[in-house]
Design a protein around this ligand. Structure first.
Ligand code: ADP
Ligand code: MG
Length: 600
């Protein structure tokens, strides 16, 4: 006699198992309920939790509400008003669509739903416990929905025991709350935990919402991002590079306002910040990718936050350029207050040499458009007249003859325009105050960009060593030098391989004076290795950085007027004049107003 052994699981057990996929912890309930409220078109959502949501979670909204029948139906598995056919899946714009959340919650908690539509005179109240409807009755109430979830996992002790400390669970709830509240700034939110109001967010702009959630100091830290292309729009805010944090701070991507995680796109942002923030800092961002739902794969697990894009490479490129542009336009340019004080002479170099005709500088066409470019040359061109007009008029409708007299011709006169402070800083006057430049960092930036360019081209300028230097290295360093040799030669080193570990240096880059070639190579290799382990820069970036930091003028090195001028001119001709390759600030402006208050 054979015995059939397969049995169908009782509904209650099946429901509990299915629920486990959607509801792992109190934060999952909070997420699902708030998402439903958003989908229902609510403009005000109030969240209350007790004991980190273990014993009590309620979400009250003023959305569309449900009919009496829907109030019962919504707890059935796969009951949803959001899709009707499989085709709808490819056009989904709501937060939920699987019709599983309420069924799952009802399977593992005691739930009370009160809901009313505009067109109904009275609302409905339903009490459900472990998937069983305990009670249903009419309920007078205002339009909207009130969902109360008590004693989560009351019937699943294993799940209950799996929960973490209240602090940890509350952190999860906070996080889910942030993810939804950020991208719905036109919705008002309150969030009360154990009778304490944690957030009271008024409807407003995205920026106001970020400030409301993460603190007032964010007000001055954000840069708007807005990149509209045919296929996607990327919108939101990034945190200015100088406020990036050493801890992985606020990093939020959204797709059509739904929070996602995306390591590849994160890399695009990080990359855009590269060189602008120190190696051990993280950029902050709140960015929404608006895209046709057809271009993404939404058919993924409900609790997963990953999303697949059809053309992810394209999104990467747009993301990268959007962030670059935001940093370039909004952060760098305005702080570069290079309007010259008309009463203070500043030598802007070539353009002010009136003994030769003034030619409009050519601006090279750059196919790899760099949004950091601030066109300093144009700036100089516009300002040189003003710089030498000491009449006090700001408008430079001046005649060349006047300027000629004012043009400092001797070395002595020129010197007065720059001061070297402690043999480390170059100080000069600009319109708004005193510009103070760190000479080492400035030179490092200049050389860094120069070497990068030279590695791309073949424009080496070499100086022959009078006496070739032998250099002996250990096996690893020798192998590294062999690897870097082609690039080093492009920037002007002449290196000859003698044997496995010995080399001869016949020439060094033209602009590195006075340094000992062997020491230079050793330091570059050391620097390169440190950079390589600290951050995975690509080889050329790493090498350029190591070279620049080794070859730049050091603090404590005296500079003459011509050298100071050269540094200033070249610095402001750099793509990124603000920060050194290692992320440190190169210059600051001491405001004249500040000086004034100091003197009061
Ligand atoms: P889904 O959101 O995936 O459709 P849910 O189980 O979360 O599935 O909700 C089921 C249905 O219940 C929704 O499709 C919606 O019609 C209705 N519903 C849930 N919450 C609300 C709410 N706060 N206001 C109005 N209708 C709601
Ligand atoms: Mg839902």
């Amino acid at each position: 006699m054979s015995l059939d052994i397969i049995k169908l699981l009782p509904d209650s057990v099946a429901n509990q198992i299915a629920a486990g996929e959607v509801i792992q912890r109190p934060a999952s309930v909070v997420k699902e309920l708030i998402e439903n409220a958003i989908d229902a078109g609510a403009t005000q959502i109030d969240l209350v939790v007790k004991d980190a949501g273990r014993t009590f979670i309620t979400v009250v909204d003023n959305g569309c509400g449900m009919s009496e029948t829907d109030a019962r139906l919504c707890f059935e598995r796969h009951a949803t008003s959001k899709i009707k056919s499989a085709d709808d899946l490819f056009a989904i714009r709501t937060m939920g669509f699987r019709g599983e959340a309420l069924a799952s919650i009802a399977a593992v908690a005691q739930v009370e739903l009160m809901t009313r539509r505009e067109e109904d005179e009275v609302g409905t109240k339903i009490r459900i416990e472990g998937s069983k409807v305990m009670e249903q009755m009419p309920k007078p109430m205002s339009v909207g929905t009130n969902l109360m979830v008590k004693n989560l996992f009351f019937n699943v002790p294993a799940r209950r025991n799996f929960l973490k400390s209240n602090e940890a669970e509350l952190r999860h709830i906070n996080e889910e709350f942030f993810r939804i509240a950020i991208m719905n700034p036109e919705v008002g939110f309150t969030f009360v935990s154990n009778d304490k109001e944690l957030f009271h967010l008024y409807p407003g702009s995205l920026k106001q919402r970020i400030v409301g959630l993460f603190g007032k100091d964010y007000d001055g830290k954000l840069l708007p991002v807005n990149q509209v292309t045919e296929s996607v729009t990327i919108e939101g805010f990034i945190v200015k590079p100088e406020f990036s944090k050493k801890t992985r701070g606020e990093q939020y991507f959204f797709v059509n306002r739904r929070f996602i995680k995306h390591a590849y796109l994160h890399h695009a942002v990080e990359n855009a910040y590269k060189e602008l923030i120190p190696q051990d800092c993280f950029p902050g961002y709140f960015l929404d990718i608006q895209i046709d739902p057809k271009e993404i794969d939404i058919n993924i697990h409900p609790t997963k936050t990953e999303v697949n894009f059809v053309d992810v490479k394209l999104i990467y490129a747009i993301m990268h350029s959007a962030v670059r542009k935001a940093i370039g336009q909004n952060n760098l340019a305005p702080t570069l207050d290079f309007d010259v004080d008309p009463n203070m002479g500043i030598d802007f170099g070539e353009a002010s040499r009136l003994d030769r005709p003034v030619v409009t500088p050519k601006e090279d066409y750059d196919p790899t458009f760099n949004p950091f470019k601030i066109s300093p040359i144009r700036h100089q061109q516009q300002n040189w007249r003003i710089a030498y007009d000491d009449s006090g008029d700001t408008v430079a409708d001046n005649h060349v003859a006047d300027n000629e007299q004012l043009n400092p011709s001797t070395e002595e006169e020129q010197k007065s325009f720059y001061i070297q402070l402690q043999q480390s800083y170059i100080v000069t006057a600009v319109k708004s105050g005193l510009l103070v430049i760190d000479q080492h960092l400035a030179h490092e930036r200049i050389l860094y960009e120069k070497y990068l360019k030279e590695m791309e081209t073949n424009a080496k300028a070499s100086q022959q060593e009078l006496f070739p230097h032998h250099i002996s290295l250990n096996i690893n360093d020798a192998s590294l030098l062999r690897e870097l040799k082609p690039e080093l030669e492009k920037i002007g080193f002449m290196i000859e391989t003698m044997n496995n570990t010995t080399f001869v240096i016949n020439g060094t880059p033209a602009d590195c004076k006075g340094s000992d070639a062997v020491t230079m190579i050793e330091r570059i290799l050391e620097d390169y290795k440190t950079n390589m382990s600290a951050n995975q820069l690509d080889r050329k970036l790493n090498l350029a950085r190591s070279l620049a930091s080794q070859m730049a003028v050091k603090a404590g090195q005296a500079l003459n007027a011509v050298e100071m001028q050269d540094i200033i001119d070249r610095l402001f001709g750099c793509a990124v004049a603000e920060v050194a390759p290692n992320g440190r600030k190169i210059f600051t402006i001491i405001n004249a107003d500040d000086i004034k208050t100091h003197l009061e």
